[in-house]
Design a protein around this ligand. Structure first.
Ligand SMILES: Cc1cc2nc3c(=O)[nH]c(=O)nc-3n(C[C@H](O)[C@H](O)[C@H](O)COP(=O)(O)OP(=O)(O)OC[C@H]3O[C@@H](n4cnc5c(N)ncnc54)[C@H](O)[C@@H]3O)c2cc1C
Length: 491
């Protein structure tokens, strides 16, 4: 049979695909269309569109399976970095997967430049010290400060390499498989194709709870099962002629306060007026400038409302629209001249910043009431001091009140280890913004100092569980805390 005839046969309509799969496979193999035990993707794959043309049954494939890790961490933002470094330092063979081309998540790919709630023992302290050693941190405030994103990028590389974390960039975690309640295998997708990985313990640090959702955990987003969610924001770095000349518009300029001269809100009010002078009303009601270093500043100007991270058409539109807004504002400011003359966008973020993603249901759910009560726990792994920071969910709400705080007076509260352990699936932990909490609590603990502290706790507990052949929920937090002390990571 000629190659063309065989391909026609493989794609013949109306065939019973179940009965013909093996025959087709053998024919395709004879054509060199099979590599190892799997179909080559593309024209040679049997056509499996449903008659209505609305679905396609992807042929099953046998993937290479790697079993060389004690702990697999998915997502390398502040939480994932902390989890992977800590697990590796605790003696676990640790793999880390990240979809972007750098480590650091919103710190680097997201061009955040400002850190909140970082005054904690452990890795937060170490990261601050290392940023200071390279002159990459403005302000000596231990809890909140501006940092340089490119220095953070290389610092994360160095710390992961030194800890022995086996990390892989440009690799998306795209599927998860369980045996009963136990998560056993994940699948990644990259230029290497689809690859399967197994380990005794997994940690979801994807921010959006991708792994938890793939493993069929229960989850919530926004104000319950559904959005309204907090909006997304495209951050940008810009070069200015003279940063000092922008002084009144720069947040936390010479002070760490929110109010008063140089304070965040004072600067936001002045910058809003300046934007009006340029004929601009930004889609984010609290437009913000941070001074990163020399003549480099960060602009946080826009909101994209009502978009979920996995609605890809809307997500793409939000990315395009927000980037366009950044440039529109830059051009309008430039026309004002004076300190704005020669204003230039140096970089927009690799990815629009996502505030609200899935919150995976854990063995404890942190709630608004915990903020009110200042709840403490025997298994408390992170002390949160940052209040609820809720960006308006719609453009109209933003005009009235860009940021609200949940109408509560917040007391510092603890996140328990149980909120980092999945309820529905065994062998799965979470850290960062995808842990188990309600909408208001998430709006408080989501900032990056807490993400690091949670990652550290998840990393050490995952390592102990894997090395002692237990599940994470069978490990007492006292064991984790003791191990961190032995490692010199908590004092
Ligand atoms: C616009 C904006 C402003 C903010 N302002 C501040 C602030 O001033 N200070 C502050 O401290 N916090 C701030 N936050 C909050 C804070 O940045 C986040 O909540 C924080 O990043 C949480 O860390 P994380 O590690 O959980 O998530 P992320 O930083 O989102 O990291 C998740 C990582 O996982 C990767 N990933 C996602 N899915 C997959 C997948 N399927 N496979 C592989 N990799 C995947 C992502 O690429 C990313 O690197 C802000 C957030 C936004 C969006």
């Amino acid at each position: 049979m000629l190659r063309e005839e065989i391909l026609n046969d493989l794609n013949a309509p109306g065939e019973n695909h179940t009965s013909t799969t093996r025959r087709n496979f053998l024919r395709a193999a004879a054509l060199g269309a099979v590599v190892g035990p799997q179909f080559v993707l593309g024209a040679e794959a049997p056509q499996r569109s449903a008659p209505d043309g609305q679905s396609f049954a992807e042929p099953a494939r046998t993937l290479s399976l790697t079993n060389d890790a004690d702990v697999i961490v998915c997502g390398a933002g502040p939480a994932g970095i902390a989890a992977a470094i800590t697990a590796a330092r605790a003696g676990a063979r640790t793999r880390l997967f990240e979809v972007h081309g750098c480590l650091g998540g919103v710190w680097t790919a997201g061009l955040l430049t400002y850190i909140f709630d970082f005054d904690k023992p452990g890795l937060t302290h170490e990261i601050k010290t290392r940023l200071d050693e390279r002159g990459a941190r403005r302000s000596k405030n231990p809890s909140r400060f501006v940092y340089e994103p490119e220095e953070m990028k290389i610092l994360m590389d160095e710390m992961c390499v030194a800890a022995g974390v086996n990390f892989q960039l440009q690799t998306r975690v795209c599927a998860a498989f369980r045996e009963g309640r136990r998560l056993r295998t994940i699948v990644t997708e990259s230029k290497a194709g689809r690859q399967a990985w197994t380990a005794p313990v997994f940690i979801d640090t994807t921010g959006d709870g991708d792994l938890g959702a793939q493993a069929a955990c229960s989850w919530e987003i926004g104000q319950g099962q559904e959005c309204p969610c907090q909006p997304m924001t495209m951050n940008a770095l810009a070069v200015v002629k003279e940063a000092n000349a922008l002084g009144p518009f720069i947040s936390f300029n010479g002070t760490d306060e929110f109010n008063g001269p140089g304070g965040h809100l004072t600067a936001v009010a002045a910058f809003t007026e300046e934007l009006k002078r340029a004929g601009i009303v930004a889609s984010y009601g609290n437009p913000t400038i941070f001074h990163v270093r020399d003549n480099l500043v960060m602009l946080m100007l826009n909101h994209q409302y009502g978009v979920k991270p996995w609605e890809m058409a809307a997500f793409t539109k939000a990315t395009v629209d927000s980037r366009a807004e950044v440039f529109r504002i830059m051009r309008a400011l430039r026309k004002l001249g004076g300190p704005w003359e020669d204003l230039q966008i140096a970089a927009t973020a690799e990815q629009i910043g996502i505030r609200d993603g899935r919150r995976i249901l854990g063995r404890y759910t942190v709630t608004k009431q915990d903020l009110v009560d200042g709840t403490r726990h025997e298994d408390g792994v992170a002390l949160v001091t940052f209040g609820a920071d809720i960006h308006a969910a719609t453009y109209d709400d933003n005009k009235l009140l860009p940021i609200s705080h949940g109408n509560i007076s917040m007391k510092p509260y603890e996140i328990p280890l149980r909120a980092l352990i999945a309820k529905d699936v065994d062998g799965l932990m979470m850290a960062g913004r995808c842990i188990s909490g309600d909408f208001i609590a998430h709006a408080s603990y989501r900032v990056t100092g807490n993400a690091v502290a949670m990652g550290e706790a998840a990393g050490v507990v995952a390592a102990i569980a894997a090395k002692s052949h237990r599940l994470p929920h069978e490990v007492e937090w006292s064991e984790g805390a003791e191990k961190l002390r032995q490692m010199g990571q908590r004092v």
